[in-house]
Design a protein around this ligand. Structure first.
Ligand SMILES: [Zn+2]
Length: 473
């Protein structure tokens, strides 16, 4: 669809400009500024027009790390650190693809309604239905129309291998699926679904050093090189993982991943809470991207990632909600807010603090860079894809009129997204998703769940004592 958004506010250097933005064939074709108003008549002849008055137009953000099916357990997870939390999560994870479908829809909708136009879904696969899980998520994201980066979460070691052994000798069950079989599933998913031009991308996504062998990482590197795929993993989310890396490799996880060639300018690393200065230098040198998941890091007690240090080292940083069981929402604006101001307590030099405009750039261009798409997405630039979000500045939560970006990031914006387009296709209009029936989605989420008060994870009961010993608790 071709269209023009007229008289809309955009960020311009340190100020704002009122412009017309024209989209043709899914791309930003022209941006007329005030000084070119005389030529604006030329911009109006194509397609539909949208009234941009009292609205702010920003490039769509990237929800750069989440796990959609965690939506089914939001609000109920125990107050546990990651290793025990994961045990509980997997004991109650959904095992039917219809639930995967619905939570992918829900994740897409909540991302869109909080400013995101792209989502990186580190997708938990149902054992025995791995390929179907991926196909289901693809279907859901295509229906909504959000730009999807599906990163099937893979591992080849069983859960207990993710906890350091400490003084004891631990043996672990072998993982139920071979490394080769896992890699075959990913390759088949790439062949069938990786269609960047249609807004569906498959990533290689070994979950992290805690549950993956080098053989799995190497297989992923090979697929990534052969099919030009981005790479996505968790990295050093917890102290336990830091300890485990030393046990496993005798060096830090970052040093090891560099040695095997996993880090690159199309590698995004979720969390990065426990990196030392040498690790930071490696991440910078390899041009890997850090995905900051502040809410999850707080919820699971993982720690505060040294984001200001990363930025000073020149590392590209962007934001993720992380799965909805460790957050427990998919509100990207909330993640951006907390992910910015959280760091003011870590550095008394306020000149290092993240400003709202920097946060917006991290969430948009930073996300695009991490996905190796900085030339196509992430800014209002002529020639880039039209992944756009229009915010209603007359919404109560954005009033009175002050600095629109300041209030969008630092305030508590509620129902502020008026319209959103992905690849020039409108998928939010008047604050409502146009592509799927959200009332039906609400009904399905309601019907397939129930209020729960208590539940007990058997796996947690089995591993908690060892976890406490090894972590000195
Ligand atoms: Zn995660």
């Amino acid at each position: 669809m071709n269209f023009t958004i007229e008289n809309v506010l955009i960020a311009a250097h340190d100020a704002y400009a009122t412009v017309d933005v024209q989209v043709i064939d899914g791309k930003i074709a022209a941006i007329s500024d005030d000084t070119l108003r005389a030529y604006a008549a030329d911009l109006d002849v194509f397609g539909t027009t949208f009234d941009g008055r009292n609205k702010l137009l920003l490039p769509g953000f990237v929800n750069a790390h989440t796990h959609s099916s965690e939506m089914w357990q939001r609000g109920i997870m125990s107050a546990f650190p990651l290793e025990l939390w994961l045990a509980e999560l997997y004991d109650f994870a959904p095992i039917d693809t219809e639930k995967v479908y619905l939570s992918a829809l829900g994740t897409a909708v909540e991302t869109l309604l909080s400013g995101g136009t792209s989502v990186v879904d580190h997708l938990v696969l149902i054992p025995g239905q791995e390929f179907e899980t991926i196909a289901t998520a693809v279907r859901a994201y295509k229906e909504v129309g959000i730009r999807a980066f599906i990163a099937p979460l893979i591992q080849d070691e069983s859960l207990t291998a993710g906890i350091p052994s400490g003084e004891s000798t631990q043996t672990h069950e072998p993982y139920f699926r071979s490394t080769a079989a896992t890699l075959e599933i990913i390759e088949e998913a790439v062949r069938q679904f990786h269609r960047p031009d249609e807004g569906v991308n498959i990533l290689v996504a070994p979950t992290g050093i805690q549950l993956c062998t080098d053989a799995l990482f190497e297989g992923c590197i090979e697929l990534s090189d052969r099919y030009n795929l981005c790479r996505h993993s968790h990295l050093l989310e917890t102290r336990a993982q830091e300890k485990l890396a030393q046990e496993k490799y005798g060096c830090t996880a970052v040093e090891h991943l560099k040695r095997i060639g996993y880090l690159s300018d199309r590698t995004t690393l979720a969390h990065c809470v426990h990196l030392n200065d040498a690790d930071i230098a490696i991440v910078a040198e390899t041009q890997s991207t850090v995905v900051h998941n502040p809410l999850s890091n707080l919820r699971l007690g993982s720690g505060i990632a040294p984001i200001l240090k990363y930025r000073q080292a020149g590392i590209n940083v962007t934001f993720g909600c992380d799965g909805a069981s460790s957050n427990d929402s998919q509100d990207l604006l909330e993640a951006i807010k907390i992910g910015s101001i959280l760091h003011n307590v870590t550095d008394s030099d306020y000149q290092h603090w993240i400003t709202p405009r920097q946060a917006v750039e991290m969430a948009s261009l930073g996300g695009a860079k991490g996905l190796n798409l900085a030339d196509k997405l992430g800014s209002l630039t002529v020639g880039k894809q039209a992944d756009l979000v229009l915010y209603d500045l007359t919404n109560l939560s954005l009033l009175p009129r002050t600095d629109p970006i300041g209030l969008l990031v630092l305030g508590r914006p509620t129902n502020v997204v008026d319209s959103a387009w992905v690849n020039g296709k409108q998928i939010i209009a008047d604050g409502k998703v146009t592509t799927i029936n959200v009332d039906d989605l609400r009904q399905e989420l309601f019907n397939r769940s129930q209020w729960e008060i208590t539940r007990k994870s058997q796996t947690v009961a089995q591993i908690e004592a060892h976890y406490r010993t090894v972590m000195g608790l």
